[in-house]
Design a binder for this molecule. Structure first.
Ligand code: ACO
Length: 327
């Protein structure tokens, strides 16, 4: 049976770090509140010249190097992002130019924090359709550019980063992506959205002054939906593969909030020791959070060949999804 196999991983984050103590000087908050309510201690924030595509490029080059694949051999590039460099061109096209992947076609997937899991699911279908194809799947965000730095409800949460995997369509074998599971519920869009900048509320001086190009979230409502949806979709993924929680070697959920991750792990009966957590150092980096964590776990040798890895994402839309991989 054909399978998509991850041959390499990479990640990048800006060197500038914003700590909770720094945030105490910007809004009415405290390190203690942020740590206990979210698990975030610091986040990386882009400086001049750093963009979503530049971070995506760095992460991609690392993934290619690990895989031993040349940019000229890449067939497709797909980027999950909600903070692209521009609305046009797509971020994938900019990565294609930057790395010199001349024969690749490129596009973005717009699914908020589920962007990487959505992009990986799409890429999995392409990879199995064209065997031996090489696909870069990226999650990349500069959330700092769509964060309202006067809103303490959201500005303490987000950070900038990118993560990438190099996927290969292998003719047969028992490792690779075992299944993908995606869901959406647009009826709840208002709980987590960016009001301005689209055709409904185009850019204007008033929009900019009200910072309506920034993320607006009803945090506690989103929290409840996130816990429920992440749990349900992960259970569905496990059931589809006849796996029990004991079969999962690494659970890598979207790093939105440590309390969400703990509650989902508890409901899934996966011990916290098998949950990969790095929200303390990156904050919520939306589409980038899962590939950044996956890359860390891979490069640290935590994930071993043959391990079962469960990815689980939830974000604006709402969108959510899970992927099971045998490493
Ligand atoms: N510092 C201090 N106090 C704060 C802060 C802050 N930074 N932010 C909010 N508070 C206050 C509130 O004003 C409120 O005060 P009040 O009781 O006097 O009204 C109190 O803290 C509690 O507020 P809640 O919103 O109920 O706090 P909660 O425990 O729910 O935590 C949080 C908020 C961290 C946002 C949480 O709800 C959360 O993580 N939600 C889900 C986020 C998520 O998963 N998003 C999905 C992906 S993101 C994406 O797609 C881009």
């Amino acid at each position: 049976m054909a399978r998509s196999v991850i041959l390499g991983t990479g990640a990048a984050a800006p060197s500038k770090i914003l700590t909770n103590q720094d945030l105490e000087r910007i809004v009415d908050t405290s390190d203690e509140w942020i740590c206990t309510r979210t698990g975030v201690k610091q986040r990386h924030i882009a400086e001049d010249g750093e963009t979503t595509s530049s971070l995506a490029t760095e992460a991609s080059l690392q993934a290619l190097e690990m895989a031993g694949v040349s940019p000229e051999d890449v067939d497709m590039i797909v980027v999950g992002t909600t903070s692209p460099d521009m609305y046009m061109p797509n971020t994938g096209a900019l990565v294609q130019k930057n790395i010199g992947a001349h024969k690749a076609f490129a596009f973005d997937v717009f699914a908020a924090c589920s962007g990487f899991v959505y992009a990986l699911s799409v890429a999995d279908k392409f990879a199995k359709d064209k065997l031996n194809s090489k696909i870069l799947v990226i999650g990349a965000e500069l959330l700092s550019t769509i964060t309202d730095w006067q809103d303490r409800n959201t500005c303490v949460l987000f950070g900038d980063a990118a993560g990438a995997v190099l996927l290969s369509g292998e003719p047969k074998g028992d490792r690779g992506i075992l299944s993908t599971h995606l869901r959406s519920d647009g009826s709840l869009w208002e709980l987590l959205h960016i009001p301005g900048g689209g055709c409904v509320y185009p850019p204007s001086a008033e929009m900019a002054e009200k910072r309506d190009y920034c993320i607006r979230m009803q945090g506690n409502e989103v929290f409840k939906h996130a816990v429920r949806s992440l749990t349900d979709i992960a259970k569905e993924a496990l059931k589809a593969n006849h796996f029990s929680p004991d079969d999962v070697d690494w659970f890598i959920p979207h790093q939105a909030n440590i309390r969400i991750m703990k509650q989902v792990a508890e409901r899934l009966e996966i011990p916290i020791e098998r949950v990969y957590v790095n929200i303390d150092r990156y904050g919520n980096t939306s589409s980038a959070s899962i590939p950044v964590a996956l890359n860390e776990a891979n490069r640290l040798g935590r994930i071993k060949r043959g391990d079962v890895v469960l990815l689980d994402a939830f974000g604006g839309g709402f969108t959510w999804g899970a992927v099971i991989i045998r490493w």
